[in-house]
Every structure is written in C-alpha cells, then in structure tokens.
Ligand binder design. Structure first.
Ligand SMILES: NC(=O)c1ccc[n+]([C@@H]2O[C@H](COP(=O)([O-])OP(=O)(O)OC[C@H]3O[C@@H](n4cnc5c(N)ncnc54)[C@H](O)[C@@H]3O)[C@@H](O)[C@H]2O)c1
Length: 431
C-alpha cells in the first residue's frame, strides 16, 4: 500500500470519527460512516503494545489473519526489550520493528489500529492516547482499572467516534446477543435474576497467579524499563512479584473481579441490557493464601440493577465446583451451555434453543473488529459494554475493601456507599 493511501485513509478515520460522534451508543459508530473507512481489499496495519502472556495469543491470531483478513502486523512494543524482540520474531518482523516506547506504536504511520495487551493499570492512558491520535483500537479486558477511567474512555470514544473493541472475546460467541434478543422479545417474561461463576482450584503451595519457583531475589533485567511498567502506579522498587504476578496487587489489578468476573458478567450484561448497577455488594477475603497479596483469593458478588434484577457471581479459587449459568424470568429459565443456550418453562418444557456460532476466540474477536472497520459490522464488545463490566467489578471490589454496600449515584455519575443515598424499597408506592 502506498504511503499516500495510508495517510489519506488515516485522515478519513479521524474525520469520520468526528461525524460518527453522534452515532449509536452500542458501537459509537454508524455502519454507514465506518463502512467506507477501510476498503475490502486494503491491508489493515496493526501495532501491538505489550508482548507478555496474552500477547502470544494475539500474535498467533495476527499470523493467522495475515492472509485471511489481509492484516499486516507492523510493530510490537514492550518495556522489556527482550520481550519486544521475541514478539517481533514471532510476528516475522525485523528487529527494528521491536520497540520499547509504546507511543511509537500509536504514532507509527503504518499502524491503522492498536492492540493493547498490557497489565490493566496501563490500559486507560494507552486507550486515551490512541484515540487522541485518531486511531481505533482493540484493548484487552478489563477496559480500564478504575471506573472513572472507563467513563473517560467512553466519553473520548463518543467524541472521536473511533472504534474501541474490548477484549472480552467471549462476546464473539453469539449466544449472548441471541439470548438478549430472545429476552427482549419476552421469552422469559419478567427477568428477575441471573447467576454465573468463575471457579478454579489452585494448588496449596501456589495460590492464584503465583508463578511456581519465582526467584524473589531475581534482579531487574537490564533492558526492562521498570518506571515505564509502573506508569502512574505508586513508585516502588523493582519487585519480581509485582512484575510477574501483578494480578495479586490492587495498584495494578482488581484481582478475581476484574480479571475473571469480567468475562462472565459481561455475558449477562449483554443478554440483559445492563449498564450501571443500582447497588453492589462484594464479599471474600485472603483466606487460603496469605502470601503478601492485597486482593482476595476467594470472592463473590451480587449486583442489583435498576431494571429490577439481581446478578450473582461466584468465584472460588480453592474449589472448582461450579454452578449453572442461568437467567431466571417469571415464564422460564435460560441456561447457557457449551453448545449455546436452552430455555425451559417451570415444567421443563423447552421454550427455545440456540446453537451458537462463533466462540470465545481472539481470532474471531479481531475479525469482528476488522469487519467493523471495513463494513460497519457492529462491534461485539464496544466501549459502553466495557464500561458496564468495569462498573460492576469496581463497585464489588470497593464494597469488599470498605465493608459497605456500594450504590450508583445517577446524579453525580459515581459510586458511593449505599447508605449515603436515599433508598426507596417501595418505588410502586410513590409512583
Ligand atoms: N482475554 C483474555 O482471555 C486474557 C487472558 C490473559 C490476560 N488478559 C489481559 O491481557 C492483559 C495483559 O495480561 P498478560 O497476562 O499478558 O500480562 P503480562 O504481564 O504477561 O504481559 C504484559 C506485558 O506488557 C508489558 N508492559 C507493561 N507496561 C508497559 C508499557 N508501559 N509499555 C510497553 N509494554 C508494557 C510488560 O512488560 C509485559 O510484557 C491484561 O489486561 C489481562 O487482563 C486477557
């Protein structure tokens, strides 16, 4: 592709973004405006920020999609140069395409969209800087570390109209969209409750996200920029536990909630059209692995939504016994299964069934993004859905941390302790 083609396309992305700022909340884009952005035969250039664990899956996906979707991996950055170089090798790029400064990925002339695969405390600034540079992006989940950051991302996304795909790749399994449609059409009657889980059983010795055999005294690799890794997190000395096991520390992660529940609760949100919860309670603790972590090793949460339903999420890390993934309505129960979903009435009569297409698959999730850029296909996990997930999990963590129930203050658009807001348990009496 000639340079001029790329440049003109990119300016069009920005112009189109501004035009599309008033487009649908679901995608932040209108199919018409975005449909013209990248032609079917034009190559899409992708730049990757972060070359750690999940980045391996993105790189494998890019290699698959080179031919299939006419995708061109352009550059890869990691603040640990060794990882950036390994990434470039995996992407069959020359070493000169291995960078350490992520801003150079965003600004690279041949990068049409950015994929962000860094720890969660880094997401917000990388997303905002990418959007400010006029480029769409795919970011790993959770969309951001904090709730105000997620609100800032949605605001910026709306202003620019640029596409943001959140990496909850389970959204590229169409079961949740399809369940949402069936529920909107009244299949379950009034929906009042949902339950879902993420359970694991870690070994007695190594709790959640501990790296077996990690050497506490490991010196910082010379080519790792620790300050860049910390970003805006509190400045602390090099610590291999923080670098390799960041999910156990609140400065970088929300632990079970933001790392695992986000995959699950987003499914319920899509199926039940949920955004901000009304009230949330999170409970759990450091019960089995008091090993220096500052986030719970077992956790549960309940969210109550203004449409009049509760969502329960179970998350034991000490026991893998799960529960069915269900949505309960007055006229029936919808159960998600490995094949899709099935809904039955109280007598067990099948009301409807759905055989899924797609899967929880990063290749499909990037493909959906490419189809969005080329043809205006709706995004499977747009920024508002990313925000909905972050709202629930951040409120649950805050509830756990403070020992209080959290509520959404609609007037001031922020979470507050529930007992500081007037609460009316009998809305029908005052209607
Ligand atoms: N979708 C999924 O199923 C899935 C699975 C695993 C991880 N994730 C998500 O992917 C993200 C990364 O997780 P991971 O397990 O790959 O973490 P990781 O620690 O293995 O990799 C992150 C990489 O980012 C690099 N990095 C950090 N700050 C940087 C900066 N300022 N500039 C450049 N590089 C920087 C680190 O050096 C590291 O190599 C997280 O948000 C995580 O929640 C998603």
């Amino acid at each position: 592709m000639s340079k001029s083609n790329r440049v003109s396309r990119r300016s069009f992305l920005q112009t189109t973004g501004a035009v599309a700022a008033t487009a649908t909340v679901a995608t932040g884009l209108s199919a018409k405006s975005y449909g013209q952005v990248i032609g079917a035969n034009e190559r899409i250039g992708v730049g990757l920020i972060g070359a750690g664990i999940i980045a391996q899956a993105h790189m494998s996906a890019f290699n698959v999609l080179r031919k299939r979707n006419n995708l061109e991996p352009v550059v890869v950055a990691d603040c640990w140069e060794t990882r950036a170089k390994k990434g470039a090798k995996k992407l069959k790029l020359p070493e000169s395409r291995a960078l350490t400064d992520y801003r150079k990925v965003i600004d690279h002339k041949d990068v049409d969209y950015v994929t962000i695969a860094t720890p969660e405390h880094q997401h917000a600034r990388m997303i905002l800087e990418t959007l400010a540079a006029g480029k769409p992006l795919y970011t790993e989940k959770p969309m951001t570390h904090t709730l105000p950051e997620a609100q800032a991302v949605v605001k910026k996304q709306k202003e620019t109209g640029l596409a943001v795909q959140v990496g909850v790749q389970g959204m590229s399994d169409d079961s949740y969209e399809s369940a949402g449609q069936a529920i909107r059409e009244g299949l379950l009657g009034r929906v009042v409750q949902a339950q879902i889980e993420y359970v694991r059983c870690y070994s007695k010795r190594n709790g959640p996200w501990r790296v077996p055999g990690l050497d506490e005294n490991m010196p910082k690799p010379d080519d790792l920029n620790w300050d860049a890794w910390l970003g805006h997190a509190p400045k602390v000395a090099w610590n291999p536990h923080h670098y390799f096991e960041w999910r156990n520390y609140a400065a970088y992660s929300g632990g079970i909630c933001t790392d695992l529940f986000i995959h699950r609760i987003t499914r319920i949100m899509k199926a039940c059209d949920l955004l901000y919860p009304r009230r949330v309670v999170g409970m759990g603790g450091i019960w089995q692995w008091p090993d220096g972590r500052d986030l719970p090793d077992n956790f549960e949460m309940i969210c109550e939504y203004p449409r009049g339903m509760t969502v329960y999420v179970l998350g034991t890390m000490s026991n893998k016994t799960g529960i069915d993934h269900l949505i309960r309505g007055h006229d029936g129960t919808l159960q998600f299964t490995p094949a899709g979903w099935i809904a039955k009435d109280k007598d067990g009569k099948v009301l409807a069934e759905h055989k899924k297409t797609g899967a929880e698959d990063i290749v499909l999730h990037h493909t959906n993004f490419h189809n969005h850029l080329r043809k205006g296909e709706p995004l499977n996990c747009p920024a508002p859905l990313g925000l909905a997930g972050v709202a629930a999990v951040c409120m649950a963590n805050e509830s756990w941390r403070t020992g209080r129930m959290m509520a959404w203050d609609t007037e001031n658009e922020k979470m507050v302790p529930a007992d500081t807001l007037a609460f009316n348990p009998y809305p029908e009496k005052n209607a």
